[in-house]
Design a protein around this ligand. Structure first.
Ligand code: HEC
Length: 179
């Protein structure tokens, strides 16, 4: 038993020592444009999935996917998200490969999580990544509209898609305004 405890302690000491040596001699590569290994990426994605599964409240999206709401979501996405995540016209952001972990390019790889989970991630951001939390920068209805936009990114009405082609100019929307 004594030998076993000693073995555990020595192993711990070696692990901490190697970690300390690697950090203190500047050998930890901190460049963002070096992509994480497959193991690191798989592990980090799993940690995020489990955390979101546990913590995100199961809310119903209060916004409808009307043309006007999708155009609104697209406008917010263009202004705040496309730079990292790409958009339906410029499918690969120039920052796609220089964030570590990389930002998913949603026009190439559509988000497959439930809307309440995309809402939770957008509100809070993702720790240890470039993904910011938006709760103090966007209103709640803006966050839901951008989440709605994400769920429909592969099947957008032309007016929502044209937001990206026009690069921010407001498109003509056929829908009538509520009285
Ligand atoms: C500065 C870059 C940056 C900006 C701006 C940004 N994101 Fe992200 N986002 C990231 C990165 C990096 C990740 C990957 C995090 C990870 O690997 O866990 C991410 C992940 C996500 C995810 C989780 C995707 C998944 O399938 O795991 C969602 C949803 C998301 N972002 C939505 C948004 C929305 C909506 C906006 C705009 C309001 C936005 N992001 C703006 C960098 C950014």
């Amino acid at each position: 038993m004594k030998g076993f405890i000693l073995g555990v302690l020595v192993t711990l000491l070696v692990v901490v020592g190697v970690g300390f040596y690697v950090v203190e001699t500047g050998q930890m590569d901190m460049r963002a444009d070096q992509q994480p290994s497959a193991t690191e990426a798989r592990l980090a994605m799993h940690v995020l999935d489990e955390s979101v599964d546990r913590s995100a409240p199961q809310m119903k999206n209060p916004r409808q996917p009307t043309e006007a709401n999708l155009v609104h979501g697209a406008t917010i996405y263009l202004e705040h998200c496309a730079m990292c995540h790409g958009d339906p016209v410029h499918t690969r952001s120039p920052l796609a490969d220089t964030l570590n972990p990389p930002a998913p390019q949603f026009a190439e790889d559509e988000p497959d999580m439930p809307e309440y989970q995309n809402y939770y991630i957008t509100v809070h951001g993702v720790r240890w990544t470039g993904m910011p939390g938006w709760k103090n920068a966007l209103r709640d209805d803006e966050i839901w509209d951008v989440v709605t936009f994400l769920s429909h990114i592969g099947n957008l009405p032309p007016a929502a898609k044209s937001v990206f082609a026009l690069n921010g100019q407001p498109p003509a929307v056929s829908e009538k305004k509520p009285k």
